[in-house]
Design a protein around this ligand. Structure first.
Ligand code: P6P
Length: 337
């Protein structure tokens, strides 16, 4: 019988890869909240949770009912676990400071409660993404407390609500996948030490935006489409689920490169995805599994955030591919084969 998530966390705490009981309890709480979210997602039309609300989120996007439900579940359960000082969510403009009457702790939690919302009503996989930072010592607790580089994360991961419900986690010693056993309600360690193959024949991008891409992405994708006839010398396949969690999970399972570049539609916007609670956790997961993650020019985990909800271009996955497309951005020259 594979270990459960709680057994995994207990051992990690004994072996000091989880520094303290606060973090152990926080990760367990996030996983429990994801179980509750999975149950709500699984109800579909039977749970009166499909469709949209009339409200917009912090990004000006119409909120799906399940976005609001998932945000509430995570907020309530995490705020009560005694490990947190404050919480940030894609669905909330401002951070939420854990009230003094509640038991608090030294960590900051950021999450996208339900990523891929456009897939909810059509029964395609969606997920929850989370990132954990340490509260900076000896300074007032404000939004600035969250503005740390992705390299400062102490835990990160996601839940994917698909044919299986899985919880994927890194605490800095590799990436480990847990599958929800619905009969016992426990997360079972089914995918220890996941690794992303360095080479791949699969890429993920929303190709309908091709006419808006800048030259480095145009060149990189044209080579992939040309396949054997191009400098690549092999054919490639494309996938696009429009749910970052699902596309990244596939890459974690069998390799590939995920791309959401900046484009000419909004020249001032560096990309669509959010740095703090989408790109950073997924970049750390990717690197911990042997892959790479850049914004086309720099390592994502090195980017210094200026705002809580800032956006970033994302190229992540199999190292060889990320290095090539990043080389095209940086130099415009041929990739040293
Ligand atoms: P598009 C979902 O809305 C999301 O934030 C990511 O999960 C996903 O990869 C991307 O946007 C899809 O964007 O423009 O293809 O709909």
């Amino acid at each position: 019988m594979p270990p459960t998530l709680n057994q995994f966390l207990s051992r990690a705490h004994r072996e000091h890869s989880v520094p303290d009981a606060h973090l152990q309890r926080l990760i367990g709480t996030i996983a429990e909240a994801c179980k509750t979210i999975a149950h709500q997602v699984g109800k579909g039309a039977l749970g009166d949770a499909l469709g949209s609300t009339e409200r917009e989120n912090a990004q000006g996007e119409i909120q799906k009912k399940l976005d609001v439900i998932a945000n509430h579940i995570l907020l309530e359960e995490a705020a009560a676990c005694g490990a947190l000082a404050a919480i940030a969510s894609e669905e909330m403009e401002r951070i939420q400071i854990v009230p003094d009457h509640a038991s608090k702790g030294p960590y900051l939690l950021l999450f996208d409660p339900l990523d891929g919302s456009s897939n909810i009503d059509v029964n395609v996989s969606i997920g929850t993404i989370f990132s954990v930072l340490k509260r900076p010592y000896g300074e007032p607790l404000t939004e600035c407390s969250f503005l740390q580089t992705g390299s400062k994360q102490v835990a990160a991961g996601y839940a994917v609500y698909g044919p299986q419900t899985m919880f994927v986690l890194t605490i800095g010693d590799g990436v480990h996948g847990f599958t929800l056993d619905c009969t016992t309600g426990t997360w079972q360690l089914t995918h220890p030490s996941l690794r992303i193959p360095e080479h791949t024949h699969e890429y993920a991008i929303n190709a309908s935006n091709a006419r808006h891409w800048y030259a480095p992405v145009q060149r990189y994708i044209e080579e992939l489409i040309a396949g054997k006839a191009s400098v690549r010398g092999q054919d490639f396949n494309m996938r696009w689920i429009a749910s970052m969690v699902s596309d990244v999970h596939r890459i974690l399972m069998r390799g590939g490169i995920f791309m959401y570049p900046a484009d000419r539609r909004q020249p001032s916007r560096p990309g669509k995805l959010r740095l703090m609670y989408e790109a950073n956790p997924m970049a750390w997961i990717t690197e911990q599994a042997g892959g790479a993650a850049t914004n086309g020019y720099q390592r994502i985990l090195d980017l210094i955030p200026g705002q809580l909800h800032e956006r970033v271009a994302v190229f992540l996955g199999s190292k060889q591919e990320v290095e090539r497309v990043t080389h095209y951005h940086r130099t415009g020259s041929c990739f040293p084969e």
